[in-house]
Design a protein around this ligand. Sequence first.
Ligand SMILES: [Zn+2]
Length: 308
Amino acid sequence: MKRRLFWLLLGLLAVLVACMALGLGPFGRLGTSPAPGGKVRVTASFYTMAEFARQVGGDRVDVTTMIPAGVEPHEFLPTTQDIAGAYKSQVFVYNGAGLEPWADKISGDLGAGGVVVVNASDGIDLMAGEGSAYDPHVWLDPVLAQREVDNIRDGLIRADPKDRSVYEQNTAAYNQKLAALDGAFRSGLASCARRDIVTSHQAFTYLGKRYGLDVMAISGLSPDEEPPPQKLAEVARFARQHNIHYIFFERLVNPKLSQTIATEVGAQTLVFDPLEGLTQQEAGRGEDYLSVQRENLANLRRAMECGS
Ligand SMILES: [Zn+2]
């Protein structure tokens, strides 16, 4: 039912977009325009895309995040205001790979309206998540994240060619930090007592492959999908078989299922943040992609009992 409602809303969205493209409806004809101070106006779908765009764009860009802090992106649907904002921006950045199906719907129209559309996962070999759907969580792998940063750089250069060297330098500097993060994961997870972990939703296809984790996820690709009871029994069995002491949960998702399984198998819970959005508190503390990933690594090392 939830799915059907989703597709119905997506259909309405498509009609709305068509009206806006024709200059009908409450917004008049929309056009791209620079932000105050001559900055490049960028709209990004969710936190990590916005963070990468800020890192590449530096003081040359003004980035708006469509999905607000504290909101989980898998089931997000933009408001008409959000869509109007995307039409006014010069660059629109989204992850793609099925995370934001509404963005696939509007990307053609945005492009026709003069917006440079960046599908950040473009060119990455996508891996299957569940069934026929791809796992969209490429940004959690610090190596693939660099590819997304490159794609964002190319989009900003297309929109603002005169600042090409700024974007190239910023990209090189940030990718160096991502490469260092990759090094930290590689060495930090090299010698561990266990490779098996239990996580909240299926976000680990790329990270798990990169660092050799064996991952059992409680929910599917989207954390909002309630798993069937037999799945919970399967996860509990996996946790017992592999003598697992920690079950991961996420800050933006109700921890109930993780807690239930932890209690059942006598384990504790730990946070793994898939960086789909910061909480208000994290944003307030000045946390960012790199700092949260370092926390993720520390918690993985604890759960996997890794040596120095
Ligand atoms: Zn996710």
